[in-house]
Design a protein around this ligand. Structure first.
Ligand SMILES: Cc1cc2nc3c(=O)[nH]c(=O)nc-3n(C[C@H](O)[C@H](O)[C@H](O)COP(=O)(O)OP(=O)(O)OC[C@H]3O[C@@H](n4cnc5c(N)ncnc54)[C@H](O)[C@@H]3O)c2cc1C
Length: 405
């Protein structure tokens, strides 16, 4: 720490600008409260590489340059520190959890306990979020769809011919494929040119048509005079009053110095792993296991989707530019095929030759990667993880508390 740290007081500090922090900033901005948003990343530049598969997937240009450890083995986490957080890269598929997701669920590997809250507690917020994030979809087809109080704000995205054919094939087999709910601005407003999505799913969106938290929430929030966004501020720890009951200071790192901010209310929305890390780093005499961690549960039971890419190479070519318009939940819960839930299937944006070469260990006999990409239907398979107290975030604090994660 060089010199005296600066100190400023706000009504509210929000840490993080992703789906959580960005949306919170959007909702609170009109209150007129003095709001400070602290974001460790910068604005993601709009540049040619946004749409380069080579740059995005192979060179990992927008992924955090950070080393984490799993059982002592170093790895580079697939995490993105930008204004908008991980939503700058997300696929913008906007699903609600299902009613059954809040209850006890039996999986092949164990039981996922019931939540203390139910779907009905979240339903009104889902409706607001679908409107804010420009959700396009169609109710009444997805067999697992929870009850809602109205249609999606926008019609579903149209299927390209090959996807429409796949949908018809699935329906013939008795399944219920439905339009994938997507958060996207298609240029529906008066005087706007239409937007035709292509390189979108897992890429930053050069056109800012993807409904990410930066475009949808942070941009309008910072138009308010009472809202200040400070980028490149990594919140290191929260300090409390002497009795340990009130957060009094937020310590953030910027250009090698520590800045100190105060607020009446502090909202931690730094993502699942980094929010836990902030609380764990905020250990003190009053909170020896980290802030808010008397239960020793902070950072534990880290749950993530289990994801897989599934590529079906067909004799028929697939000329789709953007296939991310269809989803299937026929096996989401227990089914005649398997007594346990298997999860969700949705289409991927579209795998190109470069990504095909990256994803497939070797080309199929007699085919080039380009031919494989031109004939593949690309699926994203998503099943759920079970809570495990030993699947956890921990932080290693250097004795001088100067850095390290
Ligand atoms: C490639 C990809 C595709 C995805 N596709 C979908 C999808 O189609 N649909 C869907 O619903 N979800 C999708 N997700 C998941 C979705 O993006 C996340 O669930 C969501 O962004 C989580 O929001 P969050 O606010 O909790 O965290 P994040 O979006 O991670 O935001 C956290 C923010 O906090 C900042 N931050 C972290 N630590 C600190 C610190 N110490 N100090 C200050 N700031 C900090 C980060 O830089 C970031 O901006 C996808 C994710 C990825 C990576």
């Amino acid at each position: 720490m060089k010199g005296e740290p600066a100190m400023e007081h706000y009504d509210i500090i929000i840490i993080g600008t992703g789906a959580g922090g960005g949306t919170m900033a959007y909702a609170l901005a009109p209150t007129g409260k003095r709001i400070l948003i602290l974001e460790r990343g910068d604005y993601l530049p709009r540049e040619r590489e946004n749409w380069s598969t080579e740059a995005v997937f192979k060179q990992k240009r927008y992924q955090a340059h950070e080393t984490w450890y799993y059982n002592g083995e170093p790895f580079r986490p697939e995490i993105h520190y930008w204004v908008g957080g991980n939503t700058k890269m997300f696929g913008a598929a906007l699903f609600r959890l299902r009613e059954a997701d809040f209850g006890e669920i039996h999986h092949a590997g164990g039981t996922s306990p019931a939540w203390p809250l139910g779907y009905q507690h979240f339903a009104p917020y889902y409706t607001q979020a679908e409107h804010l994030y420009h959700a396009h979809g169609q109710r009444g087809i997805d067999p697992t769809e929870p009850p809602t109080d109205g249609p999606y704000p926008f019609d579903p995205l149209p299927h390209e011919p090959r996807v429409a054919e796949l949908k018809a094939d699935l329906e013939r087999l008795g399944y219920a494929p439905f339009p994938l709910p997507m958060g996207i601005k298609l240029g529906e407003g008066t005087g706007e040119a239409p937007y035709l999505p292509s390189t979108f799913d897992g890429y930053p969106d050069l056109t800012e048509s993807k409904a990410d938290a930066h475009v949808i929430a942070i941009k309008p929030a910072v138009q308010h005079d009472n809202v200040t966004l400070r980028t490149n501020r990594m919140v290191w720890e929260l300090k409390t009053s002497a009795d340990g009951r009130t957060v009094t200071e937020v310590h953030a790192r910027h250009n090698g110095e520590t800045e100190i901010f105060r607020a009446d209310t502090v909202i931690v929305a730094a993502g699942a792993a980094n929010s836990a890390a902030i609380f764990l780093r905020s250990e003190s005499d009053k909170h020896p296991n980290g802030l808010g961690n008397r239960s020793d549960l902070v950072g534990r039971n880290y749950v993530c989707h289990n994801n897989a890419t599934f590529l079906a190479i067909s004799k028929e070519s697939n000329d789709s530019i953007f296939q991310k318009t269809l989803a299937i939940t026929d096996w989401y819960g227990p089914s005649a095929d398997w007594e346990y839930p298997m999860g969700l299937i949705q289409m991927l944006g579209k795998v190109d030759e470069t990504l095909m070469a990256f994803e497939a260990p070797e080309p199929l006999d007699g085919m080039t990667y380009a031919e494989m990409a031109a004939h593949s239907l690309d699926f994203w398979l998503q099943s759920e993880d079970l809570p495990d107290p030993n699947n956890r975030i921990t932080v290693t604090l250097p004795t001088d508390k100067s850095g390290g994660f």
